[in-house]
Write a protein that binds this ligand. Structure first.
Ligand code: ANZ
Ligand code: ZN
Length: 821
């Protein structure tokens, strides 16, 4: 017979719910802010959620038991495409669909026994939240950090929306796998590039972040130092700027390349014999993604424009090409090509028979015919007055020379691009802007926020924003002059919503302000943030960016949001990520119905350390269930002993007693350290399992009071240590053995160092020369400690009561004599 988990879980869930057990208030205790990435309300919790939220819940519960004032909130990242697709497909309004899903998912999360403060729930699609998202937009706009520009964006013809570069995978839409094209559109951007250097510098401060995530962010920001150099174009009025990290190779520039999209291209070839071919090549490139164009194994291809540039240091004429491997939105969108020292240029030059001039060589080893680009450092050759210098020296000397001759400047380039936030979609935060014929672009005044999403929209599935179909929304007046004006119909990328929700949790119901700074000051930073590694770049970078902008505006008290970060691994089945299309999904509901939420939690925590992938295993689930049943029986069978012997004196320990005492304290030590230092919940759980085994054996002989007291001690320890992992069962057991208070308010146990010392000696304690007690102590105990233990010994105290201790004589490992009168 197994324990009645469904009855127990229902009972305690209702109790916790009705008594708001996990409500957080600011107080003078040390705070701990535990946060897991909030979910998109798709309607159903999956195993990845169960894992993410169980990990966070253990941390929150342990910290609470350790005496921290814990904030552990939950909410909904509830704008986004699926709601709108459901509207198009099933005719159900996105708002209705979303709110119903949220209700379902909230119940499911509660079922898992997660210790959230539900009074702090935030829902990004609701006006009380998106009002402030709009408010942020306006602050950004006023600071020049939100701007509009026309741009050839990635466009998915099937989703009919703009895609960020990272949403294009192998030239296809991340969501629907359609081929992605380009489309010229006026788009809103956030100027995250203004913060590139700070976002990069402050990565060093993130000591509690995984190295892997930090290096992903570093690479994404992609700083490179070099120079911008100006080249004259023969018979053409404008000069051509290039960005290079290798000014030392300037004498080896044999040709130039423009990105096909470069603004000069059309003009350079206009009316020439080259025009037709160049235009064709441009067209071809439109359909190939940047990633595919620049992959190292992709063949370099290009076409001559018929034009020549002048190398500013050699005054030689060099041909200008356009080519696949030069991208428009990096650097200046044009390069000086050095085939001898850049492999891409080398391959291109070989293919199109362009001269290759080597300008750096290994000492004395100039090669007639290079087989590949020479990319190492070396000695300068063919470089006029710089010959003979090391290439490293030449780099700074040539850069200085270029600056002094006014041919160019030192510059820094970042790979990071401004953040495209416009979406031609309905289900998102409306961008709070109107366009007036007289006043131009006008932000909505703060007191008129929020700009509500209208409900009278049609989901045509055509390329434009559904907001255009709303009469209510479109008919508006200019906030400045009152004349008829048009509203912006783009909505914001949902990454904007999730870039500040962790701040809103600190003061979620404030209707006057985005949040109170003093409350944010109490709770921030987030002490431990937990979520999937798929958010290692964008979400975390955007959240850091927002926090810095708000810090600069004196709204946020901190300039980094997350003190510690844990990225949990995936849940796999049969070696693959669980997904509907693979048909390998295990539903949390099924597991919870069959075994209870405690088993589900225990399994996902036990099967692998949090950062590793977890392989689903039905036997493992069974095993966890059997373990919890064993715990139930152990505590059930021990309850009378517990009630009579808990916290009774433990004395005259025999060998078995010492062993169980050792197990108890060793388990406390292991579990505490596994959790505090490494979040190794799997090994923490297996230590508790061992203690359960030891205790079951120990329980066979309860012939002395000491044995009963030790059993009580062990049962208590098991229950308390298991509480963060299996909160329902342990709450029930705690109640069963006679406690009135919740186990989740019990103090986390401390271990007794002495109990862990196995190498012990017997020491005789005398008072005024008479034997009063014999105690076992560690053979390595210090004189001072032994003295202290002896004076505090119960028996000794009986004989020293009312007297003054005058002297203590210690003979290590043998005897202590206390002189008192
Ligand atoms: C001449 C040169 C010689 C270069 C040499 C490299 C090696 P990172 O380090 O990634 O910043 N480049 C510049 N803009 C480009 C663009 N829009 N598309 C493709 N390539 C571009 O790379 C900087 C180098 O990448 C620049 O330095 C430039 O080539 C190329 F031996 O200039 B180099
Ligand atoms: Zn106006």
């Amino acid at each position: 017979m197994s324990y009645n988990f469904s009855k127990i879980e229902k009972k305690w869930q209702q109790k916790w719910d009705s008594s708001n057990s996990f409500e957080a208030f600011e107080n003078d205790k040390k705070k701990y802010y535990q946060l897991e990435m909030f979910p998109y309300p798709s309607g159903r919790i999956h195993m990845g959620h169960v894992r993410n939220y169980s990990i966070g819940d253990v941390v929150a519960r342990v910290r609470r038991m350790q005496g921290y004032n814990v904030l552990h909130p939950m909410g909904w990242d509830s704008f986004g495409l699926p709601a709108e697709n459901a509207a198009i497909k099933h005719g159900i309004h996105p708002n209705k669909w979303t709110l119903e899903n949220i209700d379902d998912m909230r119940e499911q999360l509660k079922g898992i026994g997660l210790s959230y403060d539900w009074n702090r729930e935030v829902t990004t699609c609701q006006p009380d939240y998106y009002k402030w998202t709009q408010w942020f937009f306006i602050q950004m706009y006023n600071k020049g950090l939100a701007y509009k520009k026309n741009y050839a964006v990635n466009w998915c013809p099937s989703c009919e929306t703009v895609l960020a570069n990272e949403q294009v995978v192998n030239g296809q839409c991340e969501r629907c796998d359609s081929e992605v094209g380009k489309k010229e559109l006026d788009q809103w951007y956030f100027k995250i590039t203004d913060y590139a250097q700070r976002l990069l510098d402050d990565i060093d401060k993130l000591e509690g972040w995984p190295e892997k995530v930090k290096s992903m962010q570093t690479n994404w920001i992609g700083k490179s130092e070099g120079a911008e150099i100006e080249f004259k174009i023969k018979d053409y009025p404008s000069n051509l700027n290039v960005f290079t990290t290798r000014p030392d190779t300037i004498y080896g520039v044999n040709y130039m390349v423009l990105a096909p999209e470069h603004t000069y291209v059309n003009d350079l070839v206009k009316g020439t014999e080259y025009e037709k071919d160049v235009m064709e090549f441009k067209k071809k490139m439109e359909h190939i993604s940047d990633i595919d164009r620049t992959a190292t194994d992709v063949e370099k291809e290009g076409i001559f424009t018929g034009r020549y540039a002048i190398n500013p240091v050699t005054n030689k004429e060099i041909p200008i090409y356009i080519a696949n491997y030069v991208l428009i939105d990096y650097g200046t969108g044009a390069i000086m090509a050095v085939p001898a020292h850049d492999q891409r240029d080398f391959e291109f030059a070989k293919k199109y028979n362009i001269r290759i001039t080597q300008v750096i060589a290994e000492e004395g080893k100039e090669i007639e015919d290079l087989a590949e680009a020479y990319t190492n450092e070396g000695i300068m050759i063919n470089s006029d007055k710089f010959n003979g210098l090391s290439s490293e020296e030449a780099k700074s000397k040539i850069t200085n020379y270029i600056e002094s001759e006014k041919l160019g400047n030192k510059t820094v380039n970042y790979r990071l691009r401004d953040w495209l936030i416009s979406r031609q979609r309905y289900w998102g935060t409306p961008i709070p802007i109107v366009y007036c014929d007289d006043c131009g672009t006008v932000p909505i005044p703060e007191e008129s926020l929020p700009v509500l999403l209208p409900t009278d929209v049609e989901f045509t599935g055509k390329g434009e924003s559904p907001l255009l179909t709303s009469k209510e929304f479109m008919h508006t007046n200019c906030p400045k002059c009152g004349k008829k004006a048009r509203r912006e119909t783009d909505t914001m990328d949902t990454f904007v919503d999730s870039s500040w929700y962790f701040l809103r949790y600190t003061d979620p119901n404030n209707s006057k302000k985005v949040f109170d700074k003093s409350k944010a000051k109490y709770w921030m930073k987030v002490d431990q943030y937990i979520g999937g590694v798929e958010h290692a770049i964008l979400h975390l970078l955007y959240a850091r960016f927002f926090t810095k902008v708000l810090y600069d505006m004196d709204i946020s008290p901190v300039d980094e949001p997350f003190e510690n970060l844990l990225t949990q691994g995936m849940v796999l089945k049969d070696g693959a990520k669980m997904s509907k299309s693979k048909g390998n999904v295990v539903s949390p509901e099924e597991i919870i119905n069959n075994y209870g939420a405690d088993t589900a939690r225990l399994f996902v925590l036990f099967a692998a350390p949090p950062e590793r992938d977890l392989e689903w295993n039905d036997q493992g689930v069974e095993g966890c269930f059997r373990f919890l049943n064993r715990v139930y029986r152990l505590v059930d069978e021990s309850r009378d002993v517990y009630k009579n012997y808990a916290n009774k004196n433990i004395e005259k320990l025999d060998k078995k007693d010492k062993e169980i005492k050792y197990s108890i304290h060793n388990t406390i030590k292991k579990v505490t350290e596994d959790i505090d230092e490494r979040f190794n919940f799997n090994t923490a759980i297996s230590s508790i399992m061992e203690l359960v085994n030891d205790t079951n054996k120990y329980k066979e002989d309860l012939s002395t009071d000491t044995k009963k007291a030790l059993l009580a001690d062990s049962v208590e320890t098991i229950t308390v240590l298991l509480a963060p992992f299996a909160p329902y069962l342990t709450e029930e057991l705690w109640n069963m053995i006679g406690h009135k208070e919740s186990i989740h308010t019990v103090k986390w146990p401390r271990y007794d160092k002495e109990a862990l010392v196995k190498d012990e000696v017997e020491v005789v304690i005398q008072v005024n020369g008479k034997l009063r007690d014999k105690i076992m102590v560690s053979s390595g105990i210090s004189k001072e400690e032994l003295e202290k233990i002896s004076i505090e010994n119960q028996k000794v105290k009986e004989f020293t009561e009312g007297k003054q201790v005058r002297k203590v004589i210690v003979i290590p490992k043998k005897l202590v004599n206390i002189v008192a009168n």
